[in-house]
Design a protein around this ligand. Structure first.
Ligand code: ADP
Ligand code: MG
Length: 246
């Protein structure tokens, strides 16, 4: 029943042979709600990109138990181009592509669903607005509407609440909790330890290597957090390359 939807076996991910994620093992149970925490440059985004298949591990293996359309992914805001002259509704409708295929017929029904998704994130009437005209919070709501339309059973969010107003953050946290109630698996990179402790039963704490992965109260200890900080302070971007052994 709680079979893993994602399993990591000794995963190392490198950029130019420098490890950004080092020897990480563990799994995400179906239906779990997990925060990913760690200092800047800890490899959080790298880990998510590897899970989504955008980066190939230099060592180890990542197993996804479900077909790729079941994984919904929201990249870090900085990585999303908002300059495209597209409307809010067209952005949301692309969420259906993963299910229908880009040419799989997105018609009236999908547009109707997209409008409903917009209403669910508090953006009723925003259909024709260009995405470039939205505030950061409104744009993030749009991307959540797109995830709603995709209807993925595993949802992976990279810093969904960074640089977002507190009202939007609260609304989007409610959506995340609703997804969890529906039995979906949700993983989110978060910086706010209070949010992690309040809402996320599981935590993965990383500082390139895994510091802890399990129940939030066991992982987010003073000891683990200071260990993560200490590791981050010691990082040397020019450290010798990892010797990958197989
Ligand atoms: P986090 O999301 O935890 O802040 P990242 O996964 O973005 O960390 O980055 C981990 C490390 O990998 C950092 O040292 C970062 O500079 C480096 N890095 C990230 N992306 C790239 C890239 N495309 N090319 C080279 N190095 C990168
Ligand atoms: Mg990141």
């Amino acid at each position: 029943m709680n079979a893993p939807v994602i399993s990591l076996d000794n995963v190392t991910v490198t950029y130019n042979r420098h490890p950004a994620v080092h020897h990480v093992s563990g799994s995400l149970a179906r239906g779990s709600l997990t925060a990913i925490a760690g200092p800047n440059g800890a490899g959080k985004s790298t880990l998510l990109r590897a899970i989504m298949g955008e980066l190939k591990p230099a060592e180890g293996a990542i197993r996804r138990a479900l077909p790729s359309r079941d994984y919904g992914y929201l990249p870090q805001a900085a990585d999303i181009n908002r300059r495209f002259p597209v409307s809010v509704i067209d952005t949301v409708v692309t969420g259906a592509w993963k299910r229908a295929g880009a040419f799989g017929g997105i018609g009236r029904a999908e547009r109707q669903k997209a409008s409903e998704a917009l209403a669910a994130v508090g953006l009723e009437g925003f259909e024709t607005r260009p995405i470039g005209s939205l505030s950061a919070g409104q744009f993030q709501r749009t991307l959540f509407a797109r995830l709603l339309l995709q209807d993925a059973s595993v949802i992976i969010l990279d810093e969904p609440f960074t640089a977002i107003d507190s009202r939007t953050t609260q609304d989007l946290i409610d959506i995340v909790l609703h997804w969890h109630d529906e039995g979906r698996t949700v993983v989110a990179v978060l910086h706010d330890h209070e949010q992690v402790r309040t809402h996320f039963p599981q935590t993965l704490l990383i500082a390139r290597e895994l510091i802890g992965w399990g129940a939030t109260e066991d992982v987010m200890t003073k000891h683990n957090l200071s260990r993560a900080r200490a590791l981050a302070e010691r990082w040397d971007e020019n450290a010798p390359v990892c010797e990958v052994t197989s």
